[in-house]
Design a protein around this ligand. Structure first.
Ligand SMILES: Cc1ncc(C[n+]2csc(CCOP(=O)(O)OP(=O)(O)O)c2C)c(N)n1
Ligand SMILES: [Mg+2]
Length: 649
């Protein structure tokens, strides 16, 4: 490395260290150790355009080891993304540079990371999106989509289960444009990795059908760059294990003490001395800016301009395809109710079945809709159209995630982050527990992903309590910015799917039945308000039966029984608490009058309903393994039980 290169690399290190010192909080170990990796990647490989940071064909970079945020902000500053010195000085202080990288704060952050392991799966999702879009749109040498996806991970990322799920699928799918850089320093938060693992990474990745490359000298950006060159030639995804020293150059190097505590003044001074770095904190040499400008900014800009002129040619030669591509990117689709099927009142059908039929219809309207299930598509009916997405047929729109729920959710976050595609997943509702960490991140990142969960209550029956959800609705309804629908019947399912497709500001969950339910609703303009009167009182209002999902038809039967005793109730269907909670008070009060008796009914934990009423009929225990009719009887969810409960009030 020449003098400027050395200074550029050390500036990257020290900007991170100084931001952490100023904040008196952060993780300098990875900054000092992995800076050569990031330097090698950004100055010699990564193709980005900081002036157009969302350019669809940019290379993606996911900092899976999110605790290295200071390193990402430092390189993004030097690369002229919209992170200025003031933002670096304001690290972790409620601004553009949060403690862990957050999507949609500063540019140049392709994913919110920090929960270890997730980022690797996000990167797998991005690589899937790239492969799929490339197969759908590229024409010979005219390649609208043709980029790499990189991730930087640490020891901790690779210890997480979600990473292994994603690694396994990536190897199977031969996602050869995925390159994971492993900051292998043999130290983690509590001490040496040897306290917790003896894994052989080479054998592990070989077993998953990955290409594996070892870089022994992790201080040498050229060695790292060469490894990336080799990785680009592989027909498999590549793990580059880069041996590094945590806290390189500092007196605390190679110890866990440097993982997550600021260096402080003295150690900063010693580190600078070791590195031969003479600049004060946040004083960047003009040569360093010029260096990054040339090797990241201008190099990227050139590629961007090449892509643009290629895209012009593409547009001339293949106008319909180009227009379709633009619609994919802009998510420029509109749906009318006339486009969707309707179901007759009185018919019985499982809502999962309705959802399966809708996916086929919606896939016509939305040619960018892709997704699949975690080995349950025959049960969940959540199956993409156009055949399977495979290594030989990446244009297929059905993804077989395997029994990998957690990675399925995290991969779908990656697909959504990539842009250009709408994505859904399917699984058993009870196993939403396996996906919670990734669902939380889709909500935090406001990603418009769709989660289909079927087998939504103890009415699953014989499979028993392990497969019978109880507390899952409570869990999901407590996640901010997540919209949960539990439609009552076929027509509500159609309306929920429509709103899910129209929700571009966050994830939507559809909670569907395994068993047939009687269709009791017609299209209702108030459905989108989250709750509405599905069956009016036939006389002077005595009270309200408030329910969701399969308990709505049940409530309507109870309403009829009560009428025989001249007790007139109103049945309110509440498919979505989140939507209802956003309504104006007047609507809420009209629907659920303050002085009315309200009985909420749901086959699940009663907890979420107490904000609407103190009378809740739910389940406070696990279910039982028995035919669903027996379960209903044993758990007292027959019509007469509801009637009796209401009369008690
Ligand atoms: C899911 C999850 N669990 C725990 C943590 C807390 N945590 C952050 S970094 C870290 C250690 C990671 O070790 P490694 O990846 O080797 O990073 P290094 O110490 O080398 O920087 C832990 C436990 C986390 N961020 N995410
Ligand atoms: Mg480590």
């Amino acid at each position: 490395m020449d003098k400027t290169e050395k200074l550029a690399l050390n500036t990257l290190r020290m900007l991170g260290v100084d931001a952490i010192n100023k904040a008196n909080s952060g993780h300098p170990g990875i900054v000092l150790g992995a800076a050569p990796t990031i330097y090698g990647l950004y100055t010699k490989h990564l193709i980005v355009n900081p002036a157009n940071p969302k350019w669809i064909n940019r290379d993606r970079f996911v900092l899976s080891a999110g605790h290295g945020s200071a390193l990402l902000y430092a390189i993004n500053h030097l690369s002229r993304f919209n992170v200025d010195l003031a933002d670096l000085k304001n690290f972790r202080q409620n601004g553009k540079t949060p403690g862990h990288p957050e999507y949609n704060h500063a540019d140049g952050v392709d994913a919110t990371t920090g929960p270890l392991g997730q980022g690797i799966a996000n990167a797998v999702g991005m690589a899937i999106a790239e492969a799929h879009l490339a197969a759908r749109f590229n024409k010979g040498r005219l390649k609208l989509v043709d980029h790499y996806t990189y991730a930087l991970c640490g020891d901790g990322d690779l210890q997480e289960g979600v990473a292994q799920e994603a690694i396994s699928l990536a190897g199977h799918l031969k996602l050869n444009k995925l390159i994971v850089l492993f900051d292998s320093n043999d130290i983690q938060l509590d001490g040496p990795t040897s306290m917790a693992t003896s894994e052989d990474h080479k054998m592990r990745f070989a077993a998953a059908k990955w290409n594996y490359i070892l870089v022994k000298k992790g201080t040498d950006p050229y060695a790292i760059s060469n490894a990336i060159n080799k990785a680009k030639k592989s027909d498999k995804p590549t793990l580059i294990e880069i041996k590094t020293i945590i806290g390189y150059g500092s007196p605390l190097a190679n110890t866990e003490a440097v993982h997550g505590a600021p260096l402080g003044e003295t150690n900063r001074a010693d580190t600078a001395k070791y590195l031969g770095y003479k600049h004060e904190p946040f004083d960047v040499d003009p040569d360093v800016y010029a260096h990054y400008h040339k090797h990241v900014y201008e190099r990227g800009l050139k590629e961007y301009e090449k892509w643009q002129s290629m895209a012009e040619t593409y547009k001339e030669k293949h106008r319909p395809e180009f227009e379709m591509f633009e619609r994919f990117i802009k998510e420029d689709y509109k749906l009318q109710y006339d486009d969707l099927p309707t179901y007759n009142i009185g018919e019985s059908i499982a809502t999962r079945q309705v959802s399966g039929e809708l996916i086929k219809v919606l896939s016509e309207k939305y040619p960018n809709l892709i997704g699949g299930s975690a080995d349950l598509s025959s049960s969940t009916k959540a199956k993409g159209v156009g055949g399977d997405f495979t290594k030989d047929r990446p244009e297929g729109r059905n993804i077989n995630y395997g029994v990998r729920e957690h990675a399925m959710a995290a991969i779908n976050n990656g697909i959504a982050l990539h842009g250009g595609l709408r994505v859904f997943s399917g699984g058993f509702f009870v196993f939403s527990d396996y996906m919670k960490p990734a669902i939380r991140l889709s909500a935090m990142m406001k990603l418009p992903v769709i989660y289909i969960f079927t087998h939504d209550s103890v009415m699953v029956g014989e499979d028993g309590p392990t497969h019978q959800p109880i507390e899952q609705l409570t869990m999901l309804r407590s996640i901010p910015n997540l919209t949960v629908f539990r439609p009552a019947d076929a027509n509500e399912t159609v309306q929920a799917w429509k709103l899910a497709m129209e929700n571009l500001d966050g994830p939507t969950v559809l909670v569907l039945t395994r068993q047939s339910v009687r269709n009791v609703s017609a299209f209702n303009r108030s459905f989108k308000r989250g709750a509405y009167v599905v069956s009016k009182e036939k006389g002077k209002l005595d009270g309200v039966l408030l329910a969701s999902g399969s308990e709505v038809p049940l409530a309507i039967f109870a309403q009829k029984e009560l009428e025989n005793d001249n007790i007139f109730t109103r049945v309110v269907s509440m498919p979505s608490m989140e939507m209802f909670d956003k309504q104006i008070d007047k609507y809420k009060e009209e629907l659920l009058p303050e002085d009315a008796k309200i009985l909420a009914i749901e086959l699940g934990s009663p907890m979420p309903w107490y904000k609407y009423t103190k009378h809740v009929y739910g389940l406070n225990d696990f279910g039982i393994s028995a035919p669903k009719e027996v379960v209903r009887r044993e758990l007292k969810f027959e019509v007469e039980d509801i009637v009796e409960e209401y009369k008690k009030i």
